[in-house]
Design a binder for this molecule. Structure first.
Ligand SMILES: Cc1cc2nc3c(=O)[nH]c(=O)nc-3n(C[C@H](O)[C@H](O)[C@H](O)COP(=O)(O)OP(=O)(O)OC[C@H]3O[C@@H](n4cnc5c(N)ncnc54)[C@H](O)[C@@H]3O)c2cc1C
Length: 372
């Protein structure tokens, strides 16, 4: 039986994968989407219960779609899930849910073979990795963490404050998630926010409109490093930028959020802040971020030594026909947002399209020759 070779397989059907599918169709490519979960809605069902997006509705829509409600208002998690589900239905592309890609190889004809859990192989000329990062939570090797007798969860597993009622809780990591969780937990538990870098609160309405509009209008194309040179970052070099979506500044200024430097170690049921300063702790929540969930591409040599994609503007530097969409800081400062994922997809599509229709269909041979 002859193997079907698809023109494009998109791995992951969240905002990145769905955007890529829509943009691919506009470019005349029929992609196949492969999704490990049971619905094409990305990781949103797994995020914590109280989550409201901090990107406004009209900047959280997928290509060619709108969302009901005030365009500048902020959608809830369920609204986003429904929006993705409807978008997926309207796309008219093959979406294989409940299918996890676990490995990849390439043959001499430059056809990629994606190995799927259960043994099947899906063959394709191009692969777009749109698998986000939620599947790869970063768990730092904190001193004493292994021997700590309290509970330890990553924020990926956190759902609501109720299990922490009356407990002494350490939220480790002070990015957007860490601050949100510390704020949410403070009424129920005795919380400390443990941070390595100073927290700089960003006012999302500083210019009179939500900062996502500024990102989209050009600010998002600044190199990330430039942010480190902005006011507030100068004294320390490195800061943690947190979007103040709910009166955080007042809480910090009133001292309602207990902010701490890193502890020396955890020890049994205690946290050791200094040799003379230790106390009991019940729980550690690791709000320490994520890394791209792209391990299934390892066999192609397209990742660096830390397992991150090696690419320029989303296109693999190692293998033709491989692209990355929607990962944090992938192409712009807002790649890891709904609108940013659309933008990423638009950025990689001309090359993928040319690769399929020009290089592949017209044949590689004759274009180049080996050096004499
Ligand atoms: C708590 C939280 C709050 C956020 N709030 C906002 C916000 O307000 N506004 C905003 O714009 N962004 C927000 N983000 C950032 C970003 O929009 C989301 O993380 C978003 O889910 C990323 O979309 P994605 O499509 O890249 O990845 P995901 O949503 O993670 O989708 C990737 C998909 O790939 C699938 N997959 C993974 N591995 C495989 C595999 N090997 N084979 C097959 N399928 C696979 C997964 O099942 C998943 O469905 C938030 C993120 C977090 C964690």
């Amino acid at each position: 039986m002859e193997t079907t070779v698809h023109n494009m397989v998109i791995v992951g059907a969240g905002q990145a994968g769905l955007s890529t599918a829509a943009i691919a169709k506009e470019a005349g490519i029929e992609p196949v989407l492969i999704e490990a979960g049971d619905a094409p809605v990305g990781s949103w069902p797994h995020y914590y219960d109280s989550l409201r997006l901090f990107s406004p509705r009209e900047l959280s829509t997928l290509p060619g779609r709108t969302m009901e409600g005030a365009p500048t208002g902020y959608p809830g998690k369920e609204e986003i899930i429904e929006h993705f589900r409807e978008t997926a239905e309207g796309l008219g592309v093959e979406i294989r849910t409940g299918t996890r890609v676990v490995g990849a190889t390439v043959d001499d004809d430059l056809v990629y073979h994606l190995e799927v859990e259960g043994g099947e192989t899906v063959s394709t000329r191009t692969v777009v990795a749109a698998t986000g990062s939620f599947g790869n939570p970063h768990r730092p090797d904190l001193p004493g963490l292994d021997g700590f007798t309290g509970s330890v969860v990553h924020s990926a597993e956190y759902r609501s404050p109720s299990p922490y009622e009356g407990q002494r809780v350490l939220v480790v990591g002070a990015g957007n998630t860490g601050v949100q969780l510390a704020v949410e937990l403070r009424d129920k538990a005795e919380v400390s926010l443990v941070r390595r870098k100073p927290v700089v609160l960003v006012d999302p309405m500083a210019t009179g409109r939500d900062f996502h509009y500024e990102l989209f209008d050009g600010f998002g194309d600044l190199p990330f490093e430039w942010l480190g040179a902005m006011p507030g970052a100068e004294e320390t070099g490195e800061v943690s930028m947190v979007v103040d979506i709910g009166g955080y500044r007042e809480l910090f200024e009133r001292g309602e959020i207990d902010v701490r430097d890193p502890f020396l170690r955890l020890e049994g049921d205690s946290v050791v802040w200094g040799e003379e300063d230790r106390e009991r702790a019940d729980a550690v929540i690791l709000a320490t971020g994520y890394r791209p969930a792209v391990g299934y591409l390892e066999g192609l040599g397209v990742l660096d030594e830390k397992g991150n994609p090696r690419h320029r503007n989303g296109l693999s530097l190692k293998r033709p026909g491989i692209a990355f969409v929607g990962f944090d800081l992938n192409i712009s400062l807002y790649s890891n947002s709904v609108h940013g994922a659309v933008r990423d997809a638009e950025a990689v599509m001309p090359a993928l399209s040319a690769y399929i229709s020009r290089a592949f269909e017209k044949g590689f041979t004759g274009f180049t020759s080996r050096p004499f």
